[in-house]
Design a protein around this ligand. Sequence first.
Ligand code: CUA
Length: 307
Amino acid sequence: MPQSTLQPAGEAAEAIAVLFYWMCAGAVVIWIIVVGLAVYAIYQPGQHHPQTIKRWVIGGGAVFPTIVLTGLLCASLPMMPELQRPAPQGSLQVHVSGVRWWWRISYQIDDETVVETANEIRLPVGRPVEFKLDSEDVIHSFWIPALGGKVDMMPGRQTRLKLHPTRVGTFRGVCAEFCGAAHAQMNFDVVVMPADEFDAWLKQLTRPPASSQEPDATDGEKHFFAVGCHACHAIRGTDAKGSMGPDLTHFGSRPSIAAGLLPNNHDNLVRWITETDRVKPGVDMPAFHTMDRQQAAEIATFLEGLK
Ligand code: CUA
């Protein structure tokens, strides 16, 4: 399950899952006791002494919940400083901005180099990572359920989240704070990879894409600039330098399009270009309803070739 808190793939998520299982087991025990008492009360004939009833009400209604809730509080409080502790020096730094309704992602390569991508986060397994989070418009919330807890992303303020992936796999991240029409369609892919594969991927990310030499792709590139896609999207190594929309530099190697909404394949991409507003109502990208189908297909081929 790519989006399950109960199949954790990170240290924080494991701690949270253990706490959940303890709480769940406790709730089951208490439920059995309460139902047992209810059944006993129904089938026990005769009057009870008022003093006995009072003792049950005070004991079961006030003393017992106080003890249980205090116990749970004591069990969960020590987790908080641990979850909030800053990542160790030298950890991978990833900056994520929430934008209605997608994710701008930047990797800090070294002191000077920052590389931007969108809607896809790749991480090395077994290495801590620190996310610096903010928003370009309204409040969003950054959550990768399989890796850890969620943190709000606020305009004008930076929040931080430390995660430590423990298992290789592809997971799903979501926006966990209602942020407008397409809130439920504001997701992203998280790929946790072996460390050496990650290093190779990061190196590749810093390079301009190798674009396809197919004639359709070359025509697609021409259309891309002719209709003005480059005004909003950037593709490093080309004249496309727009920054309003997601960076498309290595678009072809991303698992999904439209912020985790559709699998990244040719048909979906053509549909996204020509029916953007139907696929994701509220989106800022204009739909090219009247675009010639052939032209849209060529743009799609061009984008798929950016790897
Ligand atoms: Cu962004 Cu909900």
